[in-house]
Design a binder for this molecule. Structure first.
Ligand SMILES: [Zn+2]
Length: 344
């Protein structure tokens, strides 16, 4: 049977009249009889291919940077080499071990207060920003170990990637995001007059990584909606410092002392207290979803009451009254009767 062969080559052109370098990065073979499984690239071949291209590109770029910094950019004198630093560049397309050149800084720079030596290529933690981004994005949606499986299945990510690595990378991304202030935003002017906002606030329990002091902890998450449709999200763990965390979050979203605000929440007394502490002037609205949920709980209890009795009155009346109360509340027809039912 005849074999089909593809040789994949990278031709590197570093410009400045330097000779082109070509390297064979993959050799793909198939029988002439193709079936769906052998048609085109396999996942493993695809991973090997992008990993090979990544290695060639990253090494060439690191070497170019090593040449680029041989002379002082200010006075043109040659810089003494301080050898190489071994680093591993980790990316979505594989880990690339590298030797990054180090130089002693020029005398003219050291006297200007710059460090005595520098690296030709600065790699923050050796991690490609896109790898940090993809890891953190999926870690927000799935357990850390599942993220490891997903990345390893689809991408040539190498090294000892495990749940801990995913957690640490995600935390670093989170720490960076939490520090960032939207571009162009001035320091908060606490007395500024700003347009009205709507703030949604809710809490939920998460399982803690540490078994002590508690297995679970509460997280408060919220959203500030501005009239122009822009949104600002925030979240923090509920602890003794919640009021100042909440205050910081709304201030960084542009909310000031005099900003007219409407706060939507689920009726949790802790959230009400938080809102009263930080934004005592805000209009508080219990959102319909949570109201309807409470009616549903009451209706379930009423149905249970009816099922255990032969009384027509108990079977029908409580349910009818609750449905009427819910209808009146939704249509804004408040009365003492409705409020009585709500308190009950
Ligand atoms: Zn110099």
């Amino acid at each position: 049977m005849q074999k089909l062969v593809w040789r994949v080559k990278i031709v590197t052109d570093l410009g400045d009249g330097a000779p082109e370098i070509d390297v064979e990065v993959a050799r793909l073979e198939r029988d002439e009889l193709a079936v769906p499984e052998t048609l085109g690239l396999s996942l493993a071949e695809g991973k090997r291919l992008v990993a090979a291209i990544q290695t060639e590109m990253v090494r060439a770029q690191a070497a170019t940077m090593g040449e680029r910094f041989r002379c002082c950019a200010h006075c043109g004198s040659d810089l003494p080499s301080k050898g190489y630093r071994s680093v591993t560049f980790r990316s979505l397309f594989g880990d690339v071990p590298l030797r990054v050149r180090r130089f002693a800084n020029c005398q003219c720079r050291v006297s200007a207060g710059e460090p005595r030596s520098f690296s030709a290529l600065t790699l923050e933690g050796g991690l490609a920003p896109e790898l940090a981004y993809v890891t953190a994005k999926f870690a927000a949606l799935a357990p850390f170990a599942k993220v490891v499986d997903l990345l390893a299945e689809l991408l040539p990510v190498g090294g000892a990637v495990n749940g801990c690595t995913v957690r640490n990378r995600t935390r670093r991304v989170g720490e960076r995001i939490a520090r960032l202030r939207p571009e162009g935003e001035a320091d908060p002017d606490i007395d500024a007059v700003t347009p009205a906002v709507v703030i949604g606030l809710d809490g939920g329990y998460l399982r803690s990584r540490h078994r002590r002091p508690e297995r679970n902890f509460e997280v408060i998450a919220g959203k500030v909606l501005n009239l122009d449709g822009s949104q600002h999200r925030f979240a923090f763990a509920r602890n003794g410092n919640s009021a100042s965390e909440f205050a910081n979050a709304v201030v960084s979203a542009g909310v000031r002392l005099g900003t007219p605000a409407t706060v939507l929440c689920d009726g949790d007394s802790g959230l009400w207290k938080l809102q009263r502490q930080v934004m005592p002037e805000a209009t508080l609205v219990l959102d319909w979803f949570h109201i309807a949920m409470r009616f549903e709980h009451a209706l379930q209890a009423a149905r249970g009451l009816g099922a255990e009795t032969s009384s027509d009155y108990l079977q029908g009346h409580p349910i009818h009254e609750l449905e009427r109360a819910k209808w009146r509340l939704w249509h804004g027809r408040s009365s003492a009767h409705v409020l009585g039912a709500w308190r009950g």
